[in-house]
Write a protein that binds this ligand. Structure first.
Ligand SMILES: [Mn+2]
Length: 424
């Protein structure tokens, strides 16, 4: 299902003149454009293997057909996104949904698609058919040591799969918590979780990172044992230098100032990774940039400032991933929209005049500071994002080409209408 290189070149041809006109107008007033383009070309976002099928809600699921039936087909879908956008060059696997049966074959397929393996994800939030003990009342926090043992062993197994694939990080998201007052001793739950995480941490290979992802509520609705960035940071600090906090945009209480959280975590050297999505009410997992694009820009503004202050490489310093679920859209179209929104916000953040912003802050010129940020946010950077894709062999309009080529129709023809993505 991969696009031939000349298919993309042919598609771009009639769009080139208009693109060059728009790009020239933008670069004429953007002296930093060449540097921004280099950074955009290098920036890659991982696609999780669970984002390629239609998501659902607890009320139902409406599969759209042609969904990938196994890991190989999931990788082919991500390879397609990467060929079109040149910015989806990594895949994040979930165990046990995506156990690689033939590691060498999976690795060579990834290499041929230009994909690397991003963070590995463990799963102790649901029971698997062959599992002996239940996670109904938690996993790493559980009051019974044998259940903690089982959850620890699962994470150790995930690390082993990751080593085989050449990944270098594990993301631990726990649904652990309680649904009613009195159910848990908070301190005991924290201590059990910490002790379990310590054992997983101890088996991290050289050069590996552990991400501790927090979430405010759901599936537990009274307390979450890793409920916010403060709790995640507590674990990360106690665990050691290989442990980091992971921020998922949808995992906060309403109206949390996520950009400030990001800024302070970076100051502490403890921001490890980032999950992109958007939301209006809770963990809605909507398309990135579809609800609050200004918030996304403000977050990127802090990320860029923080990474530059710390001398971090934008492309490799943090783990970047889309974590969204698609209920009414073609998942691949949705991911194309998310990738575009991420690149736009990143480009806008790179446009911010940091010297002028710093001077405005020093003068307490609140109006000027706001103007500087909003000038960048209101600049149409889409020609820069398109140019970055073009330079790397991608499509000027990925969604346009995806639709023109009838990709979904072809996938349905090849895979069938009633396919179910593993894990969903
Ligand atoms: Mn997440």
């Amino acid at each position: 299902m991969l696009f031939e290189k000349n298919r993309i070149t042919d598609y771009n041809q009639p769009l080139l003149a208009a693109h060059r006109r728009r790009l020239a107008a933008l670069t004429a007033e953007t002296p930093a454009a060449p540097g921004i383009l280099d950074k955009l070309v290098r920036f890659q976002v991982a696609i999780p293997s669970w984002a390629l099928g239609t998501g659902g809600t607890r009320f139902g699921r409406f599969p759209g057909g042609g969904e990938p039936r196994n890991l190989i087909e999931k990788m082919e879908d991500i390879g397609l996104l990467h060929a079109l956008t040149r910015s989806a060059g990594a895949i994040s696997l979930h165990i046990p949904w995506d156990i690689p049966e033939d590691t060498m074959h999976i690795r060579s397929l990834a290499a041929s698609l230009g994909l690397r393996f991003d963070a590995m994800n463990s799963n102790t939030f649901q029971d698997q058919p062959e599992q002996t003990l239940s996670y109904k009342f938690g996993s790493l926090q559980h009051v019974r040591p044998e259940i903690r043992r089982q959850a620890i062993d699962h994470n150790l197994e995930v690390i082993q799969y990751g080593i085989g694939l050449g990944s270098n990080s594990i993301n631990v998201w726990l649904s652990d918590g309680s649904c009613f007052p009195g159910q848990l001793n908070f301190r005991k739950a924290f201590e059990n979780t910490l002790e379990s995480l310590r054992e997983i941490y101890a088996s991290l290979p050289q050069g590996w990172k552990m991400f501790v992802e927090y979430k405010a509520f759901e599936p537990n609705f009274y307390s979450m044992t890793v409920g916010d960035w403060g709790q995640s940071l507590l674990y990360a600090n106690k665990l050691g230098p290989k442990a980091y906090t992971l921020v998922d945009l949808g995992h906060h209480l309403p109206n949390a100032n996520i950009e400030q959280i990001v800024s302070l975590l970076m100051m502490e050297g403890k921001l490890g990774g980032f999950h992109f999505n958007d939301s209006k009410y809770g963990d809605d997992d909507l398309t990135v940039g579809s609800i609050k694009p200004y918030q996304l820009f403000l977050i990127f503004n802090e990320l860029v400032e923080g990474m530059d202050d710390l001398g971090m490489d934008h492309a490799s310093g943090l783990g970047w991933m889309i974590d969204a679920s698609h209920n009414v859209k073609d998942p691949l179209e949705d991911l194309l929209q998310s990738l575009e929104a991420i690149m736009i916000s990143y480009a806008q953040a790179l446009l911010v005049d940091r010297t002028a912003l710093s001077a405005a802050r020093q003068d307490n010129d609140v109006v000027r500071a706001q103007e500087i940020l909003q000038h960048a946010f209101r600049t149409d950077v889409r020609p820069l994002v398109a140019e970055a894709r073009l330079r790397d062999g991608g499509a000027l309009d990925p969604l346009g080409l995806y639709r023109m080529a009838g990709v979904r129709k072809n996938l349905i023809a090849a895979r069938g209408m009633r396919t179910i993505t593993t894990g969903l």
